[in-house]
Design a protein around this ligand. Sequence first.
Ligand SMILES: [Zn+2]
Length: 422
Amino acid sequence: VKDYTVKYNKAFSTAKIGIMVILILVLFESSIIVETSPSIGQQKFRPCNIILMIGDGMGTGHITATRISINPDKLLNMDQLSYGGLIMTHSLDNLVTDSAAAATALATGFKTNNDMISMDPDERILETVLEFAQTNGMSTGLITTTRITHATPAAFAAHVPDREMEDKIAEQLIESEVDVLLGGGRRYFLPESHSNSVRRDDKNLLEKAETLNYTYVNKHEELLNIRSRKVLGIFDDTHMRLDQERESRQPSLAEMTQVAIQILSNNPQGFFLMVEGGRIDHASHSNDLGDVIGEMLAFDLAIGVALNFTRSETAKLSTLLIVTSDHETGGLSIDDSSKNEDMEIIWCSDEHTGNMVPIFSEGLDASLFTGVLDNTDVVKFIFQVMRTQREVIPQQQPLQQNNLMNEVINIFKRLQNILPFL
Ligand SMILES: [Zn+2]
């Protein structure tokens, strides 16, 4: 009897250890599942980050002139992305697009008429890539150096038949709850009683934003020290200053990009971020080469920030970076009268042109964005990348559960060899 009790106690403590091992394994396995495949409801998927950077009005002439202004043999950040191609930019009703129809094509994959913001010609709403990201639990952000209500950022989160409806666009941007909104355009967020307002109603969208949990900031240092995960940063009444005239209270496009990536990358499900170098277009309408180069270099610095993130250890398998343009402005070319040290340029227009524009890509499935594409193809491929990231997991999930179950069964089998009574 004594012998049996000793044996039984030994067996019992071995069983306890076995059960503890199983519990630890179960906890360990389930924590792996949570980490590698965040869930939304019942859906499991891999994280993915999409950064779409748009140089408004940027053509190959703009890139060449900017490179030459530094050193004709030195690559800009945008020159260093791994893949390149060209995109066609015509809109539904015009061979030469405006920023509204072009941004609609880039945001939704549909061509529409000039001046329309993410609506088809019959004013039906077109779903945007940003909205698709939101419904999939991803964080979202829009950054520009123009008014945040301007056509390019607007087309990702607002739907209006005319780009001039910037008061409506401001309302829709706030209501769409994009996590990070950074740019200019305060005059559309203030009630008409305010001297700087251009609204024709008494809506105070800055107050409304705070009721929707936005932290509102309007200064450089406030943005750099932000702790909130939902930010409305408005740094000018209208467009932000050109980079060369930027005041210390205004952040650079690169700083805005850095802060946005820091905030948005907290979401394990990933993020969608659009960054616009919005005033390359304005400098090109004025045929001002100095301002074009200033805006291009500011945009290129922001691309450097995004490229570093895309190539970082933590993000490189899950991040896609795209740099492109909505249309070319000015027909900017390097003239034959140029000497080595002295670049001469010619402008053929002070309006948009129908020239193809470049597209560069890096990271997750970046090779899709090569060759000659239509502007509507860009977001179609982005949708494809985002869907693929989701489709992978349903096949993986039962596999991981099987692994877990097999592990538990194996441990039981092994324990049974030691402890026949289990
Ligand atoms: Zn323009």
